[in-house]
Structure formats: C-alpha cells, structure tokens
Design a protein around this ligand. Sequence first.
Ligand code: ATP
Length: 332
Amino acid sequence: SVSRVYSEINNDRPTEYSDYENFEIDWGHQSNYMVTQKIGKGKYSDVFLGKCLINNKKCVVKVLRPITNNKIKREIKILQNLFGGPNIIKLFDIVQDKTSQIPSLIFNYIENVYFRELYPKLTDFEIRYYLYQILKALNYAHSNGIIHRDIKPHNIMINPKTKEIAVIDWGLAEFYLPNERYNVRVSSRFYKAPELLVGYKMYNYSMDIFSLGCTFAGMIFNKDILFRGKNNHDQLIQIAKVLGTDSLNDYLKKYKITLKTKFKKKIGEYPKKDWSFFVNESNKNFVNKQAFDLLDKMLLYDHQDRITAFEAMEHPYFDSVKEFEKKREYLL
Ligand code: ATP
C-alpha cells in the first residue's frame, strides 16, 4: 500500500535530496565548542550541554557511539533537509574528534522539563497547544518526505517557561518511497504502531501518528503509558485490549497479513473499550468529546485510514490554539 499523502516527494526531488549514502559531510571545527555537563544518554549517543565559543550560546553536543557511517549520514541529511522547519531541532554543526574520529552533532539547546514531571502539570489548553506544535513538526517532516519513526515523550523537548518545543532524535528517521518495504524494528515498544507489531513492512508516515496518539493519550489521561506491553507480542495484545479484536481482524484481512497461529490464539478476543474507561478524578478536566474524537482517529489499526498530521491540525480540538496563535501573530 502507498501513503495517501506526500507519496512522491522523494521521487520528485533531485536525487541528492535523499541519497544520503553518497553525500559528503562538511565538518566544522571541534575547537569551537566546549562541553560542560552530561544531560542525556541514548542507545546511540551521549549527550552533553555545551557552549559555542563563537557566540557564547549554550548548545547540545550529541557524541555518537560507533554506528555505521550510513546511519550517521542519514541522520545528518535528514536534519539538514528539515532545518528551520517548525518545532524541529536545529543541527548547527557537525564536528569530529581529531584523535578518536568520533563524530558529534551540535544542536540548539532546549531547557526542557522531563515529561514525567511536566505532563501532569499541563493545563487543558497547554496540552492542545503542544500537541498542535508537534503536529506542525510532523506535517513539515512528512511533507518533506521524511518519517520520524521514534515519536515518544522522550523525544519531545518542551520549555514550559517560553513554550518553546522541539522534536529531537532523528536518528531513526527515514525517507519515504512508495511501495518500499521498511524495517519494522523501529520506534520504542510502548509507542509502536500496529503495522510494526504485525510485521507489515510497507508502512508510511502514518506510523508517526499512532505513536503521537499514544503520547497524546498519556497527556490527557495523566497516564504514564497507555499501552504497556512486556514484549512486542504483548504490545499488540495491550493495544487489542483497548481497540478491540474485531477491527484488528478486519485490518489483518484487508492487508492479507497472517500472524503465527500460536500468536493469534494468544491474542484472544476483546471488545472495543470506550475512552471513558480511562477517565478518573485526576484527568476528568482534560478529557472531552473533541479530544476523544481526535484520539479515535489517530489510534486506528488501519494505517491508511489514520488521520494525517495536516488533517489533525484542522480538527476542532485545536480551535482555541489557532485563535491564540492568530492573536499572538497580531501582537508580535
Ligand atoms: P535514543 O536512545 O532515545 O534514541 P539517542 O542516542 O538517539 O537516544 P537523543 O534522543 O537525540 O539521543 O538524545 C538523548 C537525550 O539527550 C534526550 O532524551 C534529551 O534528554 C537530551 N537532549 C538531546 N537533545 C537535546 C536538546 N536539543 N536540548 C535538550 N536536551 C536534549
């Protein structure tokens, strides 16, 4: 199957746009940066707070672990293609250690509050505001032919004081081509879209929307993790316990996906749960019909039927955000 939107972006652009394997990195000077303290650690990197000695501004230095040259080139090419897009982290420079040859990526620093501390404090409006900003970033990436493939709270940096927000970690991001079969071992378990869990390789941009749906649900339900699977099989079961097995079966049939009999049996049968199941004293002020309607459209099994980032931005849930942005534009 082929994406409903932006399917030909990479075919229509010059090959240099997506041919990351044949692109030459333009190295900057490591001596222009100083690292101060470690602020993060990922699977593929150690991340430090640093200072750019040219403008004295804070920056982030992402020191990459030994990974394949092509993976580094893909991350850089994608960050350069998306540079300046709304709410997308900016890659300012790429440097290499003289002796070890280890490459580092230099980004703008977002003074962020960790999501486990921040999300429970957000107001109804702030949830709408930040979700809208992430959709802007995703629509920008998708309309430029790029799937993020690792959307989750850890990869969304938010500065609540300035309301600055940025989608980070484009290390798993990939160029979309129609009919291409992609690796399904991407994205973080609790945020994996169903297509990844059933091994359907011809997925598209809409996998980011499912991951964002899981993130959104966490925000409105004041719930750390919506679908907490113990492993990839169990992850699909956790999704099925909420979205139901009837529509899962319709999905499998439509795309002629067959699951191993043992796995199929293990899934069992569940009815679709109403979102009101998750409502409690702590979250009742954040949920409403519009939020549920949007969530329904983001968390669909069928990757072709899922709402797109652009369509989601048009959802009435964001009317107040658009009003706010219009006024802000007028005042600026
Ligand atoms: P993962 O294993 O999660 O894929 P990674 O090795 O690809 O991680 P990043 O996700 O890019 O690395 O960064 C790791 C952590 O460093 C982030 O979760 C975040 O806490 C911090 N970090 C990265 N970039 C920034 C930034 N621009 N501003 C502030 N903090 C950042």
